[in-house]
Every structure is written in structure tokens, then in C-alpha cells.
Design a protein around this ligand. Sequence first.
Ligand SMILES: NC(=O)c1ccc[n+]([C@@H]2O[C@H](COP(=O)([O-])OP(=O)(O)OC[C@H]3O[C@@H](n4cnc5c(N)ncnc54)[C@H](OP(=O)(O)O)[C@@H]3O)[C@@H](O)[C@H]2O)c1
Length: 278
Amino acid sequence: MTQSQVILITGASDGFGHLAAEKLLAKGHVVYATARRVDRMRDLQQQGAQTLHLDVTDTAEVQRVVSQIIAEQGRIDVLVNNAGFGQYGVVEAVSEDQLKYQFDVNVFGMHRLQQAVLPHMRDRQSGKIINLASIVSHVSAPLLGWYAATKHAIKGMTEALRMEVRDLGIDVVAIEPGAVRTGFEAVAFASMETLDTPADYDPLIEGMSNATRNMYASSPGPQSTARAIVRAVQARRPKAVYKTTPDSHILPRLKRLIGDRRYGALNLWMARRTLKRS
Ligand SMILES: NC(=O)c1ccc[n+]([C@@H]2O[C@H](COP(=O)([O-])OP(=O)(O)OC[C@H]3O[C@@H](n4cnc5c(N)ncnc54)[C@H](OP(=O)(O)O)[C@@H]3O)[C@@H](O)[C@H]2O)c1
């Protein structure tokens, strides 16, 4: 039986964060579920979670939330750095402000949380940080270049952090899902609609949007990823990386096997195929 742990989860109003919070509460842990849409976490509150407003782009709010948990519980055992979204669209069309916001949430947000909890975890010589990376930490595709850039950054940072804090008693874990049906897809496609994209890209956007929507339609739900988060929380010696869906195992291997050029051609072929059909 694992001891009850004090867990801070970001992005718990939907998707992986919400389901992982439910599972961790069911295991008897003390869960602080955070997000901007607090109303979407009422059910978690009824199940015993503490729910708090937290926008991960707000440094002062991050500090306040971490201080509040330490004041109330005396410790934070686990940080689940899950909040994030995908800014979709061709690389050329994403504005500098949109790109900055994409990194502000996915990468700098993660770092704000890490900087807030690490002094406390170092003092206690104990703690666990679980970062949501992705299959697109390893591969990329048209329309998700900048989103993949944030997840490549997260992979590089997470690997370094794992080594830096290992001897200080702190574990660092990366969770790598492939495509999963959550709120993610709707937010990502909505973000693309705000872009002013040159018409030259129209066939690519139509084909890749079709291919991506088809992929999501046959993708798994968030169960296996939420289960991996729970396993990582409860393990005495967690794995460095949890790949949580079949595609997250297969696609990086396929790319290594056939090479970058053929992997790119395969992506474009899949997009074009959807245009011939419609
Ligand atoms: N679904 C996939 O295919 C997939 C695959 C690989 C990795 N991931 C990663 O997994 C993580 C969770 O995604 P998901 O699939 O569960 O998506 P989701 O259902 O859209 O949930 C995303 C969560 O992030 C929160 N969030 C977004 N911006 C935020 C901000 N500025 N401050 C605080 N919270 C914020 C949202 O809460 P509020 O809007 O209420 O703040 C929401 O709770 C993300 O890091 C995502 O990149 C997803």
C-alpha cells in the first residue's frame, strides 16, 4: 500500500489532468487540482480534491498556490506538470505573439512550477516531478511544428533536470502520449482558425486537417495516460519515461527505421490521400 501523497496537478479541468486527479483521489492521495476553469473541477472537489484557480503563465499565482499547499499540508510530494495546449497552423503563419504564448504556457509554465517546488523538494531531499511531454517530443508533422517545438524543448529540459536532481532525492519523469481524445484536439484546431495563412498552403492544410481528424477519431481515450501518471506517482523508483499509447511506441521507431525524408513523404502522402477521397 503506497503512502498518501500530497500532489499538485496543473491543467486538471479536462483530459489527462482531470482523469489522473480522479484516479489519485480514489487511491487516497491528497490532490490539489488546478486550472483556469475552476467550475470544470467541481466534480473533483466533490470527490475530495482541493481545487484552485491557476494560470501557469502567472508567476505570482504559481508562487501563491505552491505556498498555500505547503502552508496547509507541510509538503508537496509530487508535481504533475500537465497544463498545455497545441497552437496548430503552418510554421510561417503563426505570429510571434502566438508563438510566445505557446511557449509561455507549455514550457515557461512548466518551469515556473518547477522553480516554485524545487527549493522545497531540495530542502526535504524528496519529491517527484512528472512532466507531460509527447510523441511530438520525438517526431513532428505539418501544422504542429511550433507545438512539437515546445514538446522537444520539454524533453531536452526534463532529461537534464532528471540528472541534475537525482542525487538530491528528487525523481523526474516524462509522460509521452501519442494522439489521445481529450479536449486537446478542439483547442488545437480552434487556435489554427485565428491565423492569417497564405492560400498556397490550402491543399496541405485541408489534407493534414483531414488526416489529423481521422487519426484522432480512431485514437484511444485518456485512460492509459492517466494510469501511467498514477503509476509514476506511486512507484518507489519510477521509470524515466512512460510511453502511453501504441503510436507513441511505433512512430518514433518507424522514423528511425525509414529515415527523415521517407517519414516526411509518408505524412504528406497520408494528407494527399484524404483529398483524393473527398
Ligand atoms: N491529447 C493529446 O493528444 C496529447 C498528446 C500528447 C501530450 N499531450 C499533452 O498533455 C497535456 C494535457 O493535455 P490534454 O490532452 O489533457 O488536453 P485538454 O483536455 O485540452 O486539457 C488541457 C488542460 O490544460 C489546461 N490549461 C491550458 N492552458 C492553461 C493555462 N494557461 N494555465 C493553466 N492551465 C491551462 C486546461 O485548463 P484550463 O483551460 O481550465 O486552464 C486543461 O485542463 C498537455 O500538456 C498536452 O500538450 C496531449
